[in-house]
Design a protein around this ligand. Structure first.
Ligand code: FE2
Ligand code: FE2
Length: 381
């Protein structure tokens, strides 16, 4: 037994027979409750896990760095335990663990949808928080913003689960974590921006001003869902193409261009509102024409599709890409309002095209509103 485990054996009373025996009184330790479903068999959590005995004592159940076996987990479930505990001092290790096991956790049949939503929102909020503090240079996210972000993402995931699309999100996370991080940040920007613009939400869902508070929140949340799902079609594209260290060739580019249609196809049988499905389909259509997959123009592109076009490009540019450093936010805005160079006939646009001046890609009115929004958020250059 290690020194740490010996130190835990300070409590009194009969320990719960789960194969471990260290006991400590509740008052000595600050613990947080976690669902047992997040502990994936065969994983190596880098934190200690406790269970609460019927006598009200915390028992050390798993040492940090030990593999958790299916047998151990079966015993836990036989005892009907709905929660296990982690030391608050080790919360950051728990969060790292969640991040690296997000896909199997979301697939775990023993974890309820609401627990999955809670875990997903925790990990996703950390992603947004990281972007705030690093690439966007906004400084620390206040606790109220963290809380609101977490609640919003949590509800978005519950909605996705109810609409039978959780598998699509899980597939995206497992396939390409970068796409998931990007989608999470696009969700945040979309909701933060639209939250200030009820007149845009009215165009997303006619009748919006007459809705009660709950229904309005629901519309905003569904826009967040569209943002989170906009790139799920990338789950069908090989990692070699997604993470290629350089511009794509013509064939690869054609494959990449299928992701809005593939994503919409993945959602077709779900209970998502039509405007969500259309926004996924339209998020690479250019306002001035020439986008994909349908080469639509102007008002033929749905309003939410036009909003996502802006959020998507802004996040893609201000994030590090496999072959390029992140562009500072102000420089990204300059590129977005800039006039592109003339393209040579038949030239494949390639991923770098978005760094050449993109004014024609966006709805001018929406872009102006987004720039004002960014100004209020005080992004650093
Ligand atoms: Fe996309
Ligand atoms: Fe995207």
């Amino acid at each position: 037994m290690t020194q740490a485990a010996r130190e835990e054996r300070t409590g009194t009373g009969e320990p719960l027979s789960l194969g471990h025996q260290s006991v400590n009184p509740m008052s000595e330790r600050r613990l947080m409750s976690i669902p047992p479903g997040v502990i994936i068999p065969g994983s190596l959590p880098k934190f200690r896990i406790y269970v609460l005995s019927p006598q009200g004592q915390y028992i050390l159940w798993a040492q940090e760095g030990n593999t958790v076996t299916p047998d151990q987990l079966a015993r836990l479930s036989n005892f009907g335990l709905k929660e296990v505990f982690v030391d608050l001092d080790e919360a950051f290790k728990y969060e790292e663990y969640l991040e690296s096991h997000l896909e199997p956790i979301l697939e775990h049949p023993g974890t309820s949808d609401s627990q999955k939503a809670e875990i997903f929102s925790k990990v996703s909020t950390n992603v947004v928080k990281g972007a705030f503090e690093t690439s966007l240079g906004l400084g620390r996210m206040g606790p109220d913003v963290v809380q609101r972000t977490q609640a919003m993402i949590e509800k978005a995931l519950i909605f996705i689960a109810e609409a039978k699309s959780l598998q699509a999100v899980t597939k995206m996370i497992g396939h390409d974590y970068k796409t998931y991080e990007h989608a999470t940040k696009v969700l945040w920007f979309t909701v933060a921006f639209l939250g200030h613009h009820p007149e845009i939400l009215e165009r997303v869902q006619p009748g919006y001003p007459t809705f009660d508070e709950d229904r309005r929140t629901e519309v905003l949340r569904q826009c967040g869902v569209a943002a989170l799902l906009h790139d799920i079609g990338k789950a069908c594209i090989s990692q070699e193409i997604l993470n290629k260290d350089g511009p794509l060739d013509q064939v690869e580019w054609e494959i990449l261009k299928r992701h809005p249609s593939d994503g919409t196809a993945m959602l077709l049988d779900s209970d998502m509102p039509l405007f969500v499905k259309k926004a996924v389909l339209h998020h690479h259509e250019d306002f001035g024409g020439g986008g994909y997959p349908m080469n639509l123009e102007g008002m033929n592109i749905t309003i939410l599709g036009r909003v996502l076009r802006i959020m998507d490009v802004f996040d893609a540019m201000t994030s590090r890409r496999p072959y390029k450093e992140a562009v500072p936010p102000l420089k990204a805005v300059q590129i977005m309002v800039g006039t592109p160079e003339e393209k040579k006939d038949g030239e494949a646009p390639g991923q770098d095209d978005r760094d050449r001046g993109m004014r024609r890609c966006f709805d001018d009115e929406l872009l102006r509103k987004f720039i004002v929004f960014l100004g209020n958020a005080k992004l650093k250059g």
